[in-house]
Design a protein around this ligand. Structure first.
Ligand code: TA6
Length: 276
């Protein structure tokens, strides 16, 4: 079942399926909650998140598009602060699927002068699958990047470990210096890393709760791991001072704006999260 409700002024779709439930706002096509049946919430939301529709939401799964980070302005693109349309809902014994759509308009063309359709398909069952299809509807080629910037909830970030990250990373906390990686990371300081040879399947182990998640990514060029840690959190109005202790962002990303789409062509970026 899908119902439309308001959360602090934002229209939100509440999905209830026997295998799992989720909440998705039309602002940003933003998944703000996902709970497999009889299990705890997997998605982290900041207690200070701005839900007025004036600012990007801190937490959930921001859809960063058509670029990642500060490649251009606004940071992480305009899709996460745009109002999307609900295009379709389908429901069967296995899953509920929603498709939300965003198309170019005068406002987007003023920021990024290209014609597009992007569709976010969200599948809710015992796992959560989020899949972003970008289509060039114009008559000239354009280039895109982006990310599914998932904020995962963890019982204790200091006892959380991520593996499958590959041999090296770009350290965004040190002006982009490239560092070798043992293929996994423990989070115990400010972390902002772009893993450029990550495997498609990542494992996130929350030792505090003895929970293991698998994240499977496709269509990405990197996996990004981010935690702002204490002093950065304290400087952010939409984070509580202690909020960083219960979250880690693990992102299916195209950090380098390398996807070229000729007219009529599409690209798919996805992430699927399972509790093992
Ligand atoms: O994905 C990591 C990152 O790009 C960090 O550098 C950090 O700034 C974070 O995303 C959050 O960005 P935001 O624009 O949502 O504040």
């Amino acid at each position: 079942h899908v119902t439309l409700c308001e959360i602090e002024g934002l229209d939100a779709l509440h999905v209830h399926h026997p295998k799992g439930s989720a909440v998705i706002t039309l602002f940003g096509a933003h998944v703000i909650s996902f709970k497999p049946a009889r299990r705890k919430e997997l998605i982290w939301m900041s207690q200070n998140a701005d839900l007025t529709g004036k600012k990007a939401i801190r937490g959930g799964i921001p859809v960063c598009w058509p670029w990642f980070g500060k490649a251009a302005s606004p940071s992480h693109g305009f899709a996460r602060t745009s109002h999307w349309e609900l295009e379709s809902i389908s429901d069967n014994k296995q899953r509920t699927s929603l498709t939300l759509c965003l198309k170019h308009c005068d406002k987007s063309l003023a920021i990024w002068p290209h014609k597009f359709d992007i569709r976010l398909n969200v599948d809710i069952s015992e796992s959560l699958s989020v899949s972003l299809t970008s289509t060039n509807t114009g008559d000239s080629e354009w280039t895109m990047g982006g990310a599914l910037h998932t904020y995962l909830r963890t019982s204790d970030v200091k006892a959380t470990s991520i593996s499958g990250l590959g041999q090296q990373y770009i350290d965004s906390t040190e002006q982009g210096v490239i560092k070798p990686s043992p293929g996994h990371t423990d989070i115990n300081t400010e972390t902002d890393r772009i893993y450029t040879s990550a495997e498609k399947k990542l494992h996130i182990v929350d030792n505090g709760e003895n929970r293991r998640l698998t994240m499977e990514n496709t269509g990405n060029s990197s996996a990004v791991v981010w935690n702002p840690w204490q002093s950065l959190s304290e400087s952010m109005a939409d984070m509580t001072d202690e909020g960083y202790l219960q979250m880690v962002c693990v992102e299916s990303a195209i950090h380098d704006t390398t996807i070229r789409l000729a007219p009529g062509r599409s690209h798919n970026l996805s992430t699927t999260i399972n509790v093992d």
